[in-house]
Design a protein around this ligand. Structure first.
Ligand SMILES: [Zn+2]
Length: 297
């Protein structure tokens, strides 16, 4: 396959873990509205992947994107995909999402509350899309999976237990050898724009103590809430090893600042669906939208 060089900012999209049963997620209470605004369903995500393929996008590695020079198959455009909060928090319980991510044989699947395994989550669905369309991935790239540490990792709520730690290291090894990048989403899902430098340093130490021994080092940091810190904090985080730092915005960017490469990601969620024109280069909201999503979001 002929590869061409793409220079400059690369478009990035992010999602959260997928809603598998919309009836349980999209209720009329505050939590249900939050799921509607900030999450997409597995059905929507599958349709989005198909649209991304059809509209010429190809997944590239976040490190390559940060270098400002990526290779994509001729005729295609580079895209970095990320997933935030791949933690399957306690508040997901009973709301129609998976409970953890697991290596099962030679594939990664999500586990449902009743114990069954499903492919209706980001990692398996991306893998299936690439099987159907090998050119949806350049150089074996997949996506970025951002986890916090305060409620365990990837749905293991007691990650220091030997069985959980063994599952996590097998999962992390598989993900990394299959082109996925694991990123820090901070230990405590803290707001970097309002936290003090010392509390951020404490958070980074917690990440180093609890996540790094199990998942390995990562040089990618995804700001919780997309909240951009001050320059000295960006530098502090870069010195701690996070040389790639990602926020949330509706335009692609590639900035070098304070020892870090800063890039932006567009959110893919109920809020984004309210502005269909802006999503059209990537996916068509009218056909992607899950009929089980309430009309108000
Ligand atoms: Zn988050």
């Amino acid at each position: 396959m002929r590869m061409i060089v793409w220079r400059g900012p690369v478009e990035e999209l992010f999602v959260h873990p997928l809603v598998i049963d919309p009836r349980l997620a999209f209720t009329a209470d505050t939590l249900g509205l939050g799921f509607g605004n900030n999450f997409v369903t597995a059905l929507e995500f599958r349709r989005i992947l198909d649209d991304l393929w059809r509209k010429g996008w190809t997944l590239v590695d976040v490190h390559r994107a940060a270098s400002g020079r990526v290779l994509v198959p001729a005729g295609r455009k580079p895209l970095v995909l990320s997933e935030d909060d791949v933690n399957y928090y306690a508040y997901f319980r009973g709301r129609g999402l998976a409970t953890r991510l697991l290596l099962a044989g030679d594939r990664v699947l999500a586990q449902l509350p009743d114990g069954r395994l499903t492919d209706q989550d980001v990692v398996p669905l991306v893998e299936e899309e690439i099987q159907r369309h090998p050119q949806f991935s350049a150089d074996g790239a997949r996506g970025v999976l951002a986890v916090t540490g305060y409620e365990g990792l990837f749905g293991e709520h007691e990650p220091s237990r030997p069985a959980a730690e063994a599952r996590l290291s097998a999962l992390a090894d598989w993900l990394k050898t299959h082109g996925w990048t694991i990123a820090s989403h901070s230990w405590g899902h803290i707001d970097f724009s309002t936290s003090s430098a010392s509390s951020i340093a404490w958070d980074t130490r917690q990440w180093a103590k609890e996540a790094v021994p199990v998942l390995g080092h990562t040089d990618v940091l995804i700001y919780p809430f997309g909240a951009v810190p001050t320059d000295p904090v960006i530098r502090q985080l870069a010195r701690a090893g996070f040389r790639i730092q990602l926020d949330i915005d509706i335009r692609a960017r590639l900035d070098h600042r304070d020892g870090a490469v800063l890039m932006s990601r567009r959110h893919v969620d109920g809020y984004a669906f309210e502005v269909p024109d802006r999503q059209r280069p990537f996916y068509d909201v009218a056909t992607v939208r899950d009929a089980r999503r309430p009309p108000n979001n």
